[in-house]
Design a protein around this ligand. Structure first.
Ligand SMILES: NC(=O)c1ccc[n+]([C@@H]2O[C@H](COP(=O)([O-])OP(=O)(O)OC[C@H]3O[C@@H](n4cnc5c(N)ncnc54)[C@H](O)[C@@H]3O)[C@@H](O)[C@H]2O)c1
Length: 335
């Protein structure tokens, strides 16, 4: 067994106790939770991540996958049941670099994402008030639906608190990209990881706009195939809700998409990302676009690129519905 100097050993013990009892060490402002002393797997400095809604269908697999992420050194799991409870929100959030929010109720058959508004809007608002107070510089990944409205709600909360930085607030529309890549790859007979389908706009029905004319590697579809694929990508979530017949919406695929997105955010924070991911900004105050993530969150927003007639018509429909959802979120936050 190797011998370590006293200082080294007590630092390591502080690190272990920080994992076993994060609240205590957070409250005391322990230097053991400084990023430079928290080691991610492999020995490099790691990031501190909080998942709000960690006990849920998405939260559980998401927590497991984030725990396995070598860039993460401290993982705080917060929920209303079993775990920390509302009085512990501040402890869960203090000092975090990244906060992921899958908290809230999922859809049941026959419901739209907007039908979740009444419950989830309030949940996201409260959690974001905690973020503004405890970790105003954290990157925030909003998964809770309706994303088209919960992201504007988060923005309003941060504006009121004077902490809003549009580069750091990201709605997670990644599952639409994952689905689009999968469905297109099935038709082409490719590996989905080798297919890149841009999906822009928002995260509900017609606001989900796949740009099938810009698929990489380049390919061409008949207009029938395009209509079918577009509709399948737009309604992929509803397909899952119906198949689960009341037991919720997509969970494992969402956890996979959320981890892909969170990992890109963390690699950006570390300063080595050149990934192009999707979030909510541009054109309208919020609009999912292809972006480059870096140390401050979004560092560059890419233009939509050339769109064809079919996509232009889809874009008009998407913008109209998205504008209404954004307005609904803003008015709720300012009530
Ligand atoms: N962005 C997307 O692509 C996408 C995809 C699928 C689902 N979703 C959304 O993600 C959300 C979660 O879905 P799920 O299947 O995990 O639901 P779920 O009901 O299984 O889990 C939600 C969890 O949130 C917790 N929660 C509720 N209120 C909370 C609060 N105030 N603070 C902390 N935790 C709270 C619950 O206790 C529960 O553990 C839903 O709103 C769903 O619509 C988004």
């Amino acid at each position: 067994m190797q011998q370590h100097g006293g200082g080294d050993a007590s630092q390591r013990i502080a690190r272990i106790s920080a994992h076993l009892n994060p609240n205590k060490s957070q409250m005391e402002g322990s230097p053991s939770l400084e990023r430079s002393t928290c080691r991610a797997k492999g020995g490099s400095p790691g990031f501190k991540v909080a998942i709000l809604g960690a006990a849920g269908g998405i939260g559980q697999p998401l927590s497991m996958l984030m725990k396995m992420n070598p860039l993460v050194s401290v993982l705080h799991l917060y929920d209303v049941r079993g775990f920390l409870g509302p009085q512990q929100l501040e402890n869960a959030l203090t000092g975090m670099d990244l906060v992921i929010i899958p908290a809230g109720v999922p859809r049941k058959p026959g419901m739209t994402r907007d039908d979740l508004f009444n419950i989830n809007a309030g949940i996201v608002k409260t959690l974001c008030e905690g973020i503004a107070k405890c970790c105003p510089k954290a990157i925030v990944n909003v998964i809770s639906n309706p994303v088209n409205s919960t992201v504007p709600i988060a923005a309003e909360v941060f504006k009121k608190a004077g902490t809003y930085d549009p580069r750091r607030l990201l709605g997670v529309t990644m599952l639409d990209v994952v689905r689009a890549n999968t469905f297109v790859a099935e038709i082409l007979g490719h590996d989905p990881r080798e297919v890149d389908v841009p999906v822009v706009g928002g995260h509900a029905g017609v606001t989900i706009l796949p740009l099938l004319s810009q698929i990489k590697p380049p390919c061409s579809f008949t207009s029938e195939e395009i209509a079918h694929l577009t509709s399948r990508i737009q309604n992929g979530g509803t397909e899952v809700v119906e198949a689960k017949a009341g037991a919720g919406s997509a969970t494992l695929s969402m956890a996979y998409a959320a981890v892909k997105f969170a990992d890109a955010c963390l690699r950006g924070l570390r300063g080595d990302a050149d990934d192009h991911i999707f979030l909510q900004v541009t054109e309208l105050p919020f609009f999912a676009s292809k972006v480059r993530l870096g140390r401050n969150g979004v560092e560059e927003i890419y233009p939509l690129g050339p769109v064809n007639e079919f996509e232009r018509a889809g874009l008009e429909k998407a913008k109209k519905e998205l504008a209404a959802s954004i307005e609904k979120g803003i008015s709720f936050a300012n009530k």
